[in-house]
Design a protein around this ligand. Structure first.
Ligand code: 5GP
Ligand code: MG
Length: 175
């Protein structure tokens, strides 16, 4: 495994995201929705840097199970606060093809969100497929499989405080 973004890099990226959110919303109340499970660290770190009145919740979307097989994308908002009429800030760990963000944005729109602003920590620019761009991405990264700071490989490594790249021989059987 190789370090792509150090703990310090990540912290600076989150600070830039906080600045973007402050510039965008000022003191207006917002509803922050983090995409489970990858955005938990980002969510926890970002909200500590923000001072506007906020409600916080999560949404779950299942795509990438295991490695790269794409299953149907299912959005579960049982744990999401009511977004009807609200200004929503949607947070995710990484923007890859964009299908996840696209599906959740559509879902929140159907639930009546007044506006939806999207912010991600990482963006794999070359991989975009869906007709959507995040409003903010802290880092553009090459097309490599990353882990840490919330991101997993087969449900592990989310606890790493930095972003690492799994190399060919780390991606074995998983055991
Ligand atoms: P998208 O729908 O944009 O293709 O994929 C977004 C989701 O796929 C992310 O929320 C994340 O869960 C997962 N994903 C995409 N790229 C990576 C990666 O490099 N590492 C990990 N751990 N997850 C990824
Ligand atoms: Mg995810």
């Amino acid at each position: 495994m190789r370090v792509l973004l150090s703990q310090n890099d990540v912290r600076q990226g989150v600070e830039r995201m906080a600045k973007f959110v402050e510039d965008r919303f000022g003191d207006s109340p917002i509803t922050i929705v983090g995409v489970m499970t990858g955005s938990v660290m980002l969510l926890a770190d970002l909200i500590r840097l923000l001072k506007m009145p906020m409600r916080v919740g999560v949404v779950q979307a299942s795509s990438y199970r295991g490695e790269t097989t794409r299953s149907e994308l299912v959005v579960n908002s049982d744990l999401t606060p009511d977004v009807a009429g609200r200004e929503v800030l949607l947070l995710d760990d990484i923007f890859d093809t964009g299908h996840t963000l696209m599906a959740i944005v559509e879902h929140l729109r159907r639930k009546g969100a007044r506006s939806i602003c999207t912010a991600v920590l990482l963006r794999k620019a070359e991989r975009k497929e869906a007709p959507i761009e995040p409003d903010f991405a802290a880092f553009d990264i090459p097309n490599e499989f990353v882990i840490g700071y919330g991101l997993d490989y087969r449900d592990e490594h989310r606890n790493l405080p930095f972003i690492g790249v799994l190399e060919e021989n780390d991606l074995g059987s998983g055991e």
